[in-house]
Ligand binder design. Structure first.
Ligand code: AMP
Length: 520
């Protein structure tokens, strides 16, 4: 197949994915073969074939243990991670511990047991999105270049694993960009010149698995992210799981029989509860109906919005924490926020909107962009800008993003052996950025110093995400506290982090490069 020079934007979502392309000075959201503008992030290993997307979802009922979803909740995480352990309890498919604490998804397909990493499953979804783009653009060309979005709060390993998924799908990943930033581009790019000089815009992006909040100043095609905050494990799926558990308890109460881990029954309940949840965003009550749910027994129950809110109030309140943190980090007062923009399917929930309005002292929220498509839309704009296709509206397009998590190295306190995180680049620093720190030795005649690099907000380095390590050796003998080293942290516009250390007495330098795939 010939190669196409189009660059696509892909929103790789927990529950749905969306693909878009910039053409003739506007964005096209691309429709799948079911006529849908978003595609289920599902892979089903059915008899003799592998199905991906909406087809995989519609066949999932027949192959519940072989239908994989939520790979975004696993990607770049460790098997021992508490969130992974909790999720496993709710999934009808099997997840085991692989080498180096990596979770592996196990399916039985064509009489063979197969194991997949989360990035393998995500790559299948990405390949599907690529196919959708190819069939829309021209079936004779293969689309290679893509911008893929991730939650802004994704850490290094989650970003790396997403890049890997893109490569496995045969894509040339031009850039990984943050979902709320992409949504902000969708919000601002079509605004007519002079519509606003400069506006402070908060993006509240709550999807199936993650919550992202970003505060940007937008004006004259410059998208300047001031701060970002979020939770990579808080989404609509958590609400579905609570409703499923409620139904299981109700069934047990009525029929004195437990559903246990019956995968077919769990799947039926999940679909019924997700649908009911969506109805409750527009209606005060809903009937949850699950025909022949378990042992031939039907299940019916009326579920009110009030019950839904009580069941999930702690989750809704948890959503407000990143909002407040983002405002504090951006040092922008609530009264100075011009627009609060809702993105992501779960932002349609009335209680969440109510709590958000309370935080913003009654301010009207902005529903003007399509919450399901905005992220792919912005990714397509960035893809076009990066691929050199800069005509018309894209001419002065500039995106200035920030790092979501602090970067630093593990250090011993000067007067004790307590280890702590020595932050070099604080979270929400604008990139590109270069920062330095001075360090010294802790023991007389110390011969080498180790540098272990981490990202995260815990003051104990080991509780953060480990990125890599290196040592500076051959330090000339000297009393403790005398040798002086300078540690350099450089993050370039491509999100490549380089860390090096220099012994100022000998001029010896050592370091490592960590490719993080950050936004420009
Ligand atoms: P996204 O990741 O942005 O595609 O959002 C998907 C999530 O939004 C899923 O958990 C959906 O169940 C949820 N969702 C979609 N529409 C609604 C709605 N009307 N009310 C509540 N949740 C919704």
């Amino acid at each position: 197949m010939a190669e196409d020079n189009h660059a696509i934007g892909i929103d790789l979502g927990t529950t749905y994915s969306c693909v878009a392309v910039w053409q003739a000075d506007h964005v096209e959201i691309l429709v799948n073969n079911y006529g849908h503008r978003t595609t289920r992030s599902y892979v089903t290993f059915a008899d003799n074939k592998r199905l991906v997307g909406d087809e995989a979802f519609s066949e999932a009922g027949k192959f519940p243990a072989n239908s994989i979803f939520d790979s975004k909740r696993l990607i770049g995480r460790r098997f021992s991670d508490a969130t992974v352990q909790n999720d496993i309890k709710c999934w009808p498919f099997k997840v085991i511990e692989g080498p180096a604490d990596k979770p592996l998804i196990v399916v039985n397909h064509n009489g063979e047991e197969k194991k997949f990493a989360a990035e393998d499953i995500s790559s299948m979804v990405l390949a599907k999105m690529r196919e959708i783009a190819e069939s829309y653009l021209c079936s004779k060309t293969s689309v290679k270049n893509a911008v893929i979005t991730v939650p802004s709060y994704f850490n290094d390993s989650q970003r790396q694993a997403t890049i890997e998924a893109g490569k496995l799908a045969g894509l040339n990943v031009l850039r990984i960009i943050n979902e709320p930033t992409a949504a902000a581009i969708a919000y601002g790019i079509d605004k007519k010149a002079g519509w606003f000089h400069k506006r402070n815009v908060m993006i509240f992006d709550w999807g199936g698995g993650t919550l992202d909040v970003s505060l940007l100043t937008i004006g004259d095609n410059v998208f300047d992210v001031k701060a970002t905050a979020g939770d990579t494990h808080l989404g609509g799926e958590d609400l579905d799981n609570r409703m499923v558990n409620y139904c299981i308890q109700e069934f047990q109460r009525k029929h004195k029989v437990g559903i246990g881990e019956n995968v077919k029954a769990l799947r039926k309940a999940k679909i019924a509860c997700e649908n009911a949840k969506k109805v409750l965003s527009f209606s005060p009550d809903v009937t949850i109906e699950i025909d022949s749910w378990y042992r031939g027994e039907d299940f019916y129950t009326t579920f009110t919005r009030d019950m839904f809110e009580k069941l999930n109030m702690d989750i809704f309140e948890k959503c407000m924490e990143p909002v407040k943190r983002c405002l504090e980090d951006a040092k922008i007062d609530i009264s100075k926020v011009d627009d609060v923009v809702l993105v992501g399917g779960s932002s349609r929930i009335p209680k969440v909107q109510e709590l958000l309005m309370e935080v913003f002292k009654g301010k009207e929220l902005c529903n003007s962009i399509n919450p399901d498509e905005a992220v792919a839309y912005g990714a397509a704009v960035q893809a076009a800008a990066l691929s050199g296709n800069v005509t018309g509206k894209l001419q002065d397009f500039t995106l200035l993003d920030v790092i979501p998590l602090s970067l630093g190295f593990e250090c011993e306190e000067r007067d004790s052996s307590k280890l702590f995180m020595n932050v070099v680049i604080p979270r929400n620093s604008k990139i590109p950025v270069r920062k330095t720190k001075s360090v010294t030795t802790k023991r007389d005649n110390q011969k080498s110093v180790d540098f272990s690099i981490y990202e995260g907000e815990s003051s104990i380095a080991k509780n953060n995400n480990f990125l890599g390590k290196f040592s500076l050796d051959g330090i000339p003998p000297a009393p403790k506290f005398v040798p002086q080293f300078t540690v350099y942290f450089d993050m370039d516009a491509n999100g490549v982090l380089g860390v090096s250390a220099e012994d100022t007495s000998t001029g010896q330098t050592k370091g490592i490069k960590i490719n993080r795939g950050r936004t420009k």
